[in-house]
Design a protein around this ligand. Sequence first.
Ligand SMILES: [Zn+2]
Length: 272
Amino acid sequence: MPESFLVQNKIKFGASTWFFQEQPVITALQKIKKVGFKAAEIWMEHILKTGEGLDKIKSAAEQLDLDISLHGTSYDINLTSINKGIRKESHKQAEEAIIMGRRINARVVVLHPGRLSSSKGDKKEYWEMLLDSFAFIDRAAGREGVEVTIEAMEKRPREIYVMPEDMEYMLNREWQNIKLTFDIADSYTVMEPVEYLKRIRKNWICHVHLSDGSPGTTHLPLGNGNIDIDSALKALTTFYNGLVIIEGYVPGNGKEVVRGNFNYLKKHGWVD
Ligand SMILES: [Zn+2]
């Protein structure tokens, strides 16, 4: 990688605290910093699991000089569930994520889009529900003064927010506070990430997730899959200067995996 990329590159690389989910959030932040990252994505599930105070988390991040993003809860919830109780709870937790994001001073709050409850469902109904969910989220984000970014998902049976056309349908509207999280490994489940980037509007992207992937497996450590990581990052640097967050929890092996990912980025000239 030529040195010029590093000089021009204003991207800040970070890691997900979920790598260290067995430990407190603040310990995770310390470890991510110690490896050399400049940012961290805190998983809301992590905060809910340990019960650490939001003020303490906020000041720990400030002291460590880490830029923070917050990933809202995703397990077992679905904004477009046909089960009304689940749907209501999913909206409640999305709103809680937005409030939490403001309280810990997160640059962005990442939320998952809805998905089908059943693979036999009528997709049109789900798109209608998803539009309602986006409107709800856009209002909540406006109230709290937070930027929300909805993640483009990997291709798997019940996901609906996957392809560039899906982003076009949902994002080419008058949202005030909703943008896109581009996940390099998720995009690879449908096409080369560089090709995917060509097909979406650059100004939608305000957050990026990074991991490697191979056909059939997503979120591998960098260098362990088939994705052309350098080309994807090079394409991003032409227009993007936000956070790039490494993902890919491996049970009990957080420290080695986070360090391995950092070393990969260093070897390829993306971090110093
Ligand atoms: Zn996610």
